[in-house]
Design a protein around this ligand. Structure first.
Ligand code: TYD
Length: 138
């Protein structure tokens, strides 16, 4: 039950470029994600020295988009780590449940949009890395 980090890829979000140069529009519709979106939240005004995340979820799945600016997502499946940079509003990162994540190196003005499969529930969080390792090996 260790999630294969190589299978976690940036997904292209459909983009509609305006033929008259009025800019781009990207859209995430119901069938684009493998889950139904129950909640949307976003991180902003994150100091470049801050780390967000630092937890795993038992059930929650999540799709992250750098709406503006850039940041790094460090993924950890309990055996190995992988860092993915998000810096385009038309690419998103699908994070399955059971993956430890840390978000860091936020650029100035970065906005991280999260589309998630569950309502907020603190019981779904694993906030201690030790507990995550026990959870993965159980
Ligand atoms: P947390 O998920 O720990 O943030 P991050 O992983 O980005 O560092 O949430 C930070 C705080 O906000 C924590 O006290 C829980 C609260 N919170 C809510 O009340 N509702 C929500 O939907 C979210 C995502 C967080």
């Amino acid at each position: 039950h260790y999630v294969d980090l190589d299978k976690i890829e940036l997904k292209d979000i459909p983009k509609i470029s305006d033929p008259d140069g009025r800019g781009n529009l990207s859209v995430v519709e119901r069938d684009f994600l493998p889950f139904t979106i129950k909640r949307v939240y976003y991180l902003y005004d994150v100091p470049s020295s801050s780390t967000r995340g630092g937890h795993a979820h038992k059930e929650l799945q999540q799709f992250l988009i750098a709406l503006s600016g850039s940041f790094d997502v460090v993924l950890d499946n309990g055996k190995s780590r992988r860092t993915i940079t998000l810096n385009k509003p038309d690419k998103g990162l699908l994070i399955p449940n059971g993956v430890w994540r840390e978000l860091e190196d936020f650029s100035s003005g970065a906005v991280c949009l999260s589309l998630v499969s569950e309502e907020y529930n603190e019981d779904d969080y694993i906030r201690e890395y030790e507990e995550f390792m026990l959870f993965k090996s159980s």
